[in-house]
Design a protein. Sequence first.
Length: 95
Amino acid sequence: MARSLHAPLFRGRHFPDDIIILALRWYLRYSLSYRDLQELLTERGVRVDHSTLWRWIDRYGPELDRRIRPHLHPNGPNGVPTKPISALPVSGCPY
């Protein structure tokens, strides 16, 4: 039996898993529009329609969030709460 190249989450898709994950990451991290994301991928040789990107984000965005959320640190990486910017001392700042 031939082994599938797709992870179970992406089975049945026409694009490689890496492309879908990259598109999701760029969209969620940099708040791009679907058309901006389409343009970035086209510049890198991946021809995909903005409606396909919308479907990927609609389908896999919540699942990615659910899987990543337990691994995010609510405080700093060492468990120490980070100071808000307003609590940092201002030295030599004219504003």
